[in-house]
Design a protein around this ligand. Structure first.
Ligand code: SF4
Length: 348
């Protein structure tokens, strides 16, 4: 087993990417990087990591920020529950642990937004604790190295992966071990066409020895995403428009958007008498966007109505704002895409 670790470490020393969160043992910086990188590519997450630690240098400054302010920082990164959980976790660390992340795996795991992988990554990178960090990359590398026959993500496959890693993780430097395994999965042992010729572990690898790299990890078929039709109404009256803040428990909770209705029907005349989809002089444009989420395919239509001042508006629970204020509110990625396409909003 030592040979595996030695080969892995010398490869990592030569090939590791120079990433800002690798040159620090500051637990706050490591925590921010780990949350930002959940479900996010390194090149996409890096600028967010940098601007978050600049604007909010520690747990307590993040805890003190308003949710809207922080969500605005997060805009464009998706999976907004991460940002909301970061705020909650920062508050807990600030109030319960005097602003310092505790060097204790179970306490880290108990914070909002932290699962087993993230707790192990932070514990090992920041506190040198010997917990294997098993993300998608590591799961794949381990499945190929060991030849795990059970479907990846299943309880038994996870147990086998964990057992294998616990046997080889060096207590002297678990952080480097975890980083090296993750890096190997990201750069060499990639999902399609792993670069086995460049792999430091090929001579220990079950899949390579049996020429079965493409058969591991074993995967079960994914469920097809569900289709969802949404209609958004950008109703403009002079320099004003109306927005709503999502307050349900969906993925866009806490974000702003134009009033939205699900389904294919005509929109109700919720803003003003006589407001209809088509054949109406008040309708300025209609833009259709397809938006892919993990479990849903959204077919969105954005209706842009321009209302003269004479029309009386009754917008129920919507918030009236100046058009330029839209740029200051946190909006979800689909709204953001529309705002980039609408000629008026693009030029705000
Ligand atoms: Fe992955 Fe190939 Fe290395 Fe095995 S030899 S760990 S399949 S890159």
């Amino acid at each position: 087993m030592n040979e595996v670790v030695n080969s892995l470490f010398s490869w990592f020393r030569e090939n590791a990417r120079d990433l800002p969160w690798r040159n620090t043992s500051n637990p706050y910086h490591i925590w921010v990087s780990e949350i930002v990188l959940q479900q996010t590519r390194v090149d996409q997450g890096r600028p967010y990591y940098e601007k978050i630690i600049l604007e909010f240098p520690d747990f307590c400054s993040l805890a003190a920020a308003s949710e809207d302010h922080f969500l605005k920082f997060w805009q464009g990164l998706g999976y907004y529950s991460r940002a909301r959980n970061m705020k909650k976790a920062a508050l807990t660390v600030c109030e319960k642990f005097n602003g310092e992340l505790p060097g204790d795996y179970d306490k880290i795991l108990g914070l909002p937004g932290i699962g087993r992988y993230t707790a192990a990554a932070i514990s090992s990178f920041a506190f040198n604790l010997p917990y294997p960090a098993v993300d998608g990359n590591v799961r794949r590398v381990a499945a190929r190295l060991v030849g795990i026959q059970e479907p990846t993500g299943s309880k038994i496959a996870d147990e086998k992966t964990e057992k294998f890693l616990r046997e080889i993780i060096p207590v002297s430097d678990p952080g480097t071990f975890n980083q090296a395994m993750i890096e190997l999965g990201a750069l060499v042992c990639t999902p399609a066409r792993p670069a086995c010729d460049a792999c430091p572990l090929s001579r220990f690898c079950f899949a390579f020895q049996h020429k079965k790299q493409n058969e591991f990890p074993v995967v079960t078929k994914k469920k097809k995403p569900v289709n969802l039709n949404l209609n958004f109404y950008f109703v403009q009256q002079g320099e004003f428009t109306w927005v709503v803040k999502r307050d349900n428990s969906g993925i866009w909770k806490g974000l702003y958007e134009f009033p939205c209705f699900e389904g294919d029907e005509q929109p109700p005349d919720f803003f003003a008498e006589g407001l209809t989809h088509s054949g109406n002089a008040l309708l300025k444009s209609r833009i259709e966007l397809k938006h892919q989420l993990t479990h849903r395919t959204i077919f969105a239509r954005f209706w842009h109505f321009c209302l003269p001042e004479s029309i009386i508006v009754h917008p129920n629970d919507c918030m009236k704002i100046k058009l330029e204020e839209l740029n200051k509110l946190p909006v979800h990625r689909l709204m953001h895409r529309y705002m980039e396409q609408n000629e008026i909003l693009r030029e705000l």
